[in-house]
Design a protein. Sequence first.
Length: 244
Amino acid sequence: MKRLAIGAAVLALGMATAAGMATAHEIEAKAGGGADPAFDVVRTGIATEGGDVVFRIAVSGEAASSRPTPTGKLAGSTVFSYVWPTSLDSATVGFEAGQGILALAVTAHPDFDDTPLQDENGDGSPGNDGDVWHSHWVVLVPDEACGPGALKVRDIPEGTKPRLPPTWPDLPILIDSPGHEPEIAGDTVEVRVPIDRLGAVEGASFDGVTSALRVNADMHAPLLCVADVFDVASGDLSLPGRVR
């Protein structure tokens, strides 16, 4: 099992934000290394195209061809994800400022649904399609309770009322369900976000990660931990990509 290097992640986030250290427009990575080909990242990028900000990850196999095995319950269940950690501030998408690493994620999880405003499988019910790949904004922070050097989706402490996006799915974590439908074809996962939903993003730093997250079996903070990292485009979460 791999872990994200938290010290390097936090350092890279600060350096990329303050000094613009990254120089590459995309991140190229070698195939192989033991990851399932569906999650073996070979290239990732974020670019503005017309009126959209386009997030892409390419893998060595068939993208999104693997999903978690259903467990029949929320507690202890698994989430598979394609993730773009960025240097964008959490306030960019409607959270409080300075909350952690803002990341766009494309996820699938057959045991629960966290997009109450969307009906991804088109059956008329918006509450039964967590196993269909869909997008989220999440805020990631380190938490040793998830394991040495592990990240989690930031919890909302009980009794607090932080600023949240209007499409927050009523979960006690900093997650948003904005309804940006991923496009998956061949080896590529792509998400188009209207640029007017983000504002100026040129020069922001990013990386590409594939991972499994796990819902806490006790259903309390930390609620959603990064349990396994399949691959990191940069190798060290140094956010070397730059939005072009």
